[in-house]
Write a protein that binds this ligand. Structure first.
Ligand SMILES: NC(=O)c1ccc[n+]([C@@H]2O[C@H](COP(=O)([O-])OP(=O)(O)OC[C@H]3O[C@@H](n4cnc5c(N)ncnc54)[C@H](OP(=O)(O)O)[C@@H]3O)[C@@H](O)[C@H]2O)c1
Length: 245
């Protein structure tokens, strides 16, 4: 059975993706810092019949990252690593002129250093898998200059570049950085406390874009979920630069 590690799977997008993969028969290794919500999510996911290992911890902790990969090894290997856990940095969002450098460093640890650490830990298993895949959750704030989104956006831009270079260095893997578009989650609510988010897609509305990637396995690159969903009925995929794959 295929095995995936999904970080940050107790709620939001990570949880929705875990639900979809569990429904497709995947075995899962999941984490989040708060044990209670993570265990609740894992219990619900186990109803699909697959193995679900839930390890509470912080992705910024190297020992925890080793535990995640060891758990995948125990399940038989690792086919898919989803670097989903992410933080906003300063909340409320702040302009760069007054941005807390401590908040920025902390966001870099979670959004950039931790995904690279997990990739390094997981590479031997991913290379041995028949179709080893890394997915990193990006954001349009990585590419667009939105006021007060600079700290978070810079971490996601760094993650995009790590993903792009990893793809070059590991041609045997698929490495996709994916901008999911806005999703109605706790993170977006914290970033936009005064906005009415009722019209924003739910994470489960965005998951089919990721399933398309898994099914079609286009070239490594950066993709945006809204265009993936638009292309769903077509025979080709375009990456975020508009290149046809
Ligand atoms: N929502 C959006 O509109 C949007 C748009 C573009 C990109 N994204 C990206 O999509 C990803 C998921 O976002 P989301 O909106 O689903 O976020 P969310 O609702 O805040 O959920 C984040 C998940 O990650 C876990 N997490 C946070 N920090 C962690 C850490 N240091 N170690 C381990 N787990 C941690 C959280 O659980 P604990 O708090 O218990 O640790 C939770 O399970 C993020 O990378 C985000 O940057 C989101």
């Amino acid at each position: 059975m295929a095995v995936a590690i999904i970080t940050g799977a107790s709620r939001g997008f990570g949880r929705a993706l875990a639900e979809a993969l569990a429904g497709r028969g995947w075995d899962l290794v999941l984490d989040a810092r708060s044990a209670g919500p993570l265990e609740e999510a894992a219990a619900a996911l186990r109803r699909h019949g697959g193995a679900v290992t839930a390890l509470a911890g912080d992705v910024a902790d190297g020992g925890h990252r080793r535990e995640l990969v060891a758990a995948a090894r125990e399940l038989g290997g690792l086919d898919l690593l989803v670097n989903n856990a992410g933080v906003l940095g300063s909340v409320p969002l702040a302009p760069l002129g007054t941005y807390s450098l401590d908040d920025f460093r902390a966001a870099l640890e979670v959004n950039v250093v931790a995904p690279l650490g997990l990739v390094q830990e997981a590479l031997p298993l991913l290379r041995a898998a028949p179709a080893g895949t890394v997915v990193c959750l990006s954001s349009d704030a990585a590419a667009e200059a939105y006021g007060t989104w600079g700290g978070y956006g810079a971490t996601k831009a760094a993650l995009d570049q790590l993903s792009a270079v990893l793809a070059v260095e590991e041609p045997g893997l698929r490495v996709w950085a994916v901008d999911p578009g806005g999703m109605r989650t706790g993170m977006l609510a914290a970033a936009e406390p005064d906005e009415d988010l009722s019209g924003v897609p739910r994470p489960e509305d965005v998951v089919p874009a990721f399933l398309l990637l898994f099914d079609r396995r286009p070239a490594s690159g950066r993709y945006a979920a809204p265009s993936l969903l638009e292309s769903a009925s077509g025979p080709v995929l375009q990456d975020a630069r508009g290149e046809v794959r």
